[in-house]
Write a protein that binds this ligand. Sequence first.
Ligand SMILES: CC(C)(COP(=O)(O)OP(=O)(O)OC[C@H]1O[C@@H](n2cnc3c(N)ncnc32)[C@H](O)[C@@H]1OP(=O)(O)O)[C@@H](O)C(=O)NCCC(=O)NCCS
Length: 160
Amino acid sequence: MNLNIRKARPKDMDRVYEIEQESFPPEEAATKEKYIWRQEHYPELFLIAEDSGHICGCICMISMDASLINDDVFETDPIPDGKTCAVLTVMTEAAARRKGVAGLLLEAGIDAARSQGMDSIVLTCKEHLVHYYSRFGFEKVGVSASVHGGAVWYDMTQKL
Ligand SMILES: CC(C)(COP(=O)(O)OP(=O)(O)OC[C@H]1O[C@@H](n2cnc3c(N)ncnc32)[C@H](O)[C@@H]1OP(=O)(O)O)[C@@H](O)C(=O)NCCC(=O)NCCS
């Protein structure tokens, strides 16, 4: 692979949405409009992975004042801004998984959050990914208040 990480641009959103659809079940998947809104509002915190120019993954984050994720972050209404960086999506196209793409995106996302002056970075994940995110410095807090898509999520946090 010839991977490059860069900030997302508006014209990337069609491809981001394609990857979203193959990565999440319909009840968890965000709409294209949500990705467009997030890129407009948090352009420094939305990163794309490209393999020789082909978009193969992304990390989409926002800033907020709450210390942990709740389901408000998945809407497009403005939420109070603050020093917590919330990771809303990490995903890699199915054909490019298990090659380190998400790992690179997470490292770049943590760097971007630090550069933006965030105090901490937080995410929610399913139980089977807790060990994966712990490799990147995230610590499990417990079951999240989020019931996004009707699933059980775990809060993970990292001080920056
Ligand atoms: C979860 C997800 C983002 C991981 O993306 P990825 O690009 O495959 O991630 P990585 O390649 O960094 O790591 C995945 C696995 O591949 C392994 N790996 C990394 N580089 C590798 C390489 N060069 N060769 C073989 N394996 C490798 C990692 O060790 C990890 O192993 P594990 O499953 O035993 O923990 C991806 O599976 C995905 O998009 N899933 C659907 C959406 C989703 O669930 N997102 C997370 C929401 S919380």
